[in-house]
Write a protein that binds this ligand. Structure first.
Ligand SMILES: NC(=O)c1ccc[n+]([C@@H]2O[C@H](COP(=O)([O-])OP(=O)(O)OC[C@H]3O[C@@H](n4cnc5c(N)ncnc54)[C@H](O)[C@@H]3O)[C@@H](O)[C@H]2O)c1
Length: 347
């Protein structure tokens, strides 16, 4: 774990909006950094249960109620953990109330109001970041640094293969945002977005995509649970050919990203907490293990990084502009899957 957060960070007040699955995790992990936390949750029984479990004194029914409490408890930062179709409007009202914002992935389900949020955040000088938690994963961060140092030459190809048994981790998947694309559901917006964002972080933004995605296995939902995507990333004169394959039902929980560069290959195995590299044909991978981490520890790292960005010690792990880029990439993937042809990612 990193060194303790500075006193100014510990004194911050952070409002967690939506205390469902990921909201409760953010609440627990932000509290672990030493901040004071409040919550917004419209479900009254969940609100009082979570408030009691974590000793939260400031629990509101709505964001409006929290912001109307001007003379009482005032948040410095807001963490938006509601379904994706609500994220942008909530982020705009948080910025208007003078707060910094961390938004769960994906940024939204469309580009509506996104340019307003970008402009308003810049005008108000508020930090707005996206909670793409893979960026807090030490194996991804170390491998990215190695690739970007130029040690292996320019990246030319990426193969990203992911699978997880979603019902095992979210037994309620039929009843939550996941069941419809309009609330951020389906494999592309729910899971592939993490991988696309990580690959964009390593080799640059997607420019055009062609996708095959459909529903194969998960009971009780009709959204795609399998996605295969080919993409061109990076600058036009130094393009990287990328392929993604992802399903949400296989038994092993695996996530591997291989980045082939001109003078060596790099592989990230998130599930094995390591990255590897190989530069000699025929020689084995050289392992670079990283310290094993419980899932909460990744979220504490992410929370600390966000608080440091609020203190202007560093930039957010994933900026709003990068979140917008990944939103545009995933929307192009959905368009391509539906139309069956290559799609340009909106500039
Ligand atoms: N980074 C990750 O690993 C990860 C994991 C799970 C979910 N997520 C993302 O987090 C978001 C939430 O997912 P979840 O699984 O926690 O969903 P969830 O359904 O478990 O929780 C959503 C919560 O938001 C609350 N809510 C609804 N309307 C609200 C409103 N107007 N104001 C305040 N709260 C409101 C609901 O009552 C519910 O408690 C989604 O965007 C999802 O993609 C990210």
């Amino acid at each position: 774990m990193k060194t303790p957060a500075p006193a100014t960070v510990r004194n911050r007040r952070v409002l967690i909006v939506g205390t469902g699955s990921i909201g409760e995790r953010h609440l627990r992990c932000f509290l672990a950094t030493g901040v004071e936390a409040g919550i917004v949750e419209p479900n009254a029984s969940l609100r009082s249960e979570v408030a009691q479990r974590y000793g939260v004194a400031h629990a509101f029914e709505s964001l409006e109620e929290a912001f109307a409490d001007r003379l009482g408890w005032r948040a410095d930062a807001v963490v938006i953990c509601t379904p994706a179709n609500m994220h942008v409007a909530m982020a705009r009202s948080a910025v208007a109330a003078g707060c910094h914002v961390l938004i769960e992935k994906p940024l939204s389900t469309s580009c509506d109001e996104v340019s307003d949020l970008l402009r308003e955040a810049a005008d108000a000088d508020r930090v707005v970041g996206l909670a793409y938690v893979y960026r807090a994963h030490p194996a991804i961060a170390a491998a990215r640094e190695a690739v970007q140092s130029g040690r292996f030459g320019d990246p030319v190809e990426v193969v990203a293969v992911s699978g997880q048994n979603f019902p095992h981790y979210r037994p309620a998947y039929r009843d939550i945002y996941y069941k419809s694309r309009t609330t951020g559901g389906g494999a592309v917006q729910d899971a592939l977005t993490h991988v696309v964002n990580a690959v964009e972080w390593i080799v640059g933004p997607a420019r055009r995509v062609v996708a095959d995605a459909t529903h194969q296995v998960l009971d009780g939902v009709g959204v795609e649970d399998t996605a295969h995507v080919l993409a061109r990333h990076g600058d036009i004169d130094r393009e990287v050919l990328v392929s993604f394959a992802l399903n949400q039902y296989q038994a092993p929980n695996e996530n591997t990203i291989t980045v082939v560069c001109r003078e060596g290959a790099v592989r990230i195995e998130m599930h094995a907490m390591r990255w590897q590299w190989c530069v000699e044909p025929g020689s084995p991978w050289h392992n670079e293990p990283v310290a094993s981490m419980a899932r909460d520890e990744l979220f504490v790292r992410q929370a600390e990084a966000f608080l440091e960005s609020v203190e202007r010690v560093s930039l957010p792990l994933c900026s709003l502009a990068e979140g917008v880029q990944t939103l545009k990439s995933t929307l192009a993937i959905l368009r391509s899957a539906d139309a069956g042809r290559w799609e340009e990612v909106e500039a």
